[in-house]
Design a protein around this ligand. Sequence first.
Ligand SMILES: Nc1ncnc2c1ncn2[C@@H]1O[C@H](COP(=O)(O)OP(=O)(O)O)[C@@H](O)[C@H]1O
Ligand SMILES: [Mg+2]
Length: 268
Amino acid sequence: MSGAIIRKAISIHSFKGGTGKSNISSNTALTLAKRGHNVVLLDFDFRAPSLSTLFQMKDELKFWLNDWLDQKCELTDAIVELGSRYGTKGKLHVGFTNPSGDAINEMTQKGLDEAWQARVLQLILDAKDLLFERQGVNYIIFDTSPGFALSSINAIVASDQLILVLKADQQDLVGTEQLIKGVYDQTLGKQPELILNKMPVSILKSKENYERILGEIQKQLGVRIVSVIACFCEVLENLGSQLFVIAKPDHPFTKSIEHLATHFEKVT
Ligand SMILES: Nc1ncnc2c1ncn2[C@@H]1O[C@H](COP(=O)(O)OP(=O)(O)O)[C@@H](O)[C@H]1O
Ligand SMILES: [Mg+2]
């Protein structure tokens, strides 16, 4: 690690659901904390919250992120330190979103209200200042909702580095292109980076094919691919009993996550 203090908010976003955002963001957050960084990971997918399952949280939560956004508590009350559970060198705080049907419906309703979202953006920006300036946090990672959800746009607005996760198929490509044009270019003027996830091993085996496909995608979307992660049945089979990087530290998926963590350590 170089001498400069890292202070980076990163949003992990996609056009479609199921591209791998939650798995990538939680495993990368843990990897960065293992390397000694202080990390805050926030479940910003209010439509399909999944971090409480991925981190195997039972009933020990006093507050959800929902309570913070409703101004019923501070963000520091709604994040839980889990680094000690994994023996990480840095701190790993995670903010969980309530996955109950009632909470999802309530958040979906509120999420459509632009005035409410404007207040949420202010809460995020204030929290970012507090975490970076006063709490020694190095990374804030937002695991967002797919598509054009306003909560995801808020996370993108507050982020310094933007990641879009997609599969290399036509549906994802066309949708991601719309998202880049409609949100990133036009509305925000921010440049995302791409992670191609679940890449079929058959494509990875043929260097010529692989390079052609990557070239075509970069050209079509006009953004840089920073990571290509293969499709591994072992990731699917993990069934969420443990975070993958802990369950299989030598697996190629874990190596891909380590490369991504190194990418986030670079100054951009
Ligand atoms: N590289 C991969 N290979 C195989 N399965 C993957 C891979 N990445 C993610 N998955 C699986 O895809 C599903 C969706 O992943 P998830 O992280 O929940 O996506 P999202 O948060 O974008 O909806 C999960 O079952 C996960 O285990
Ligand atoms: Mg998710």
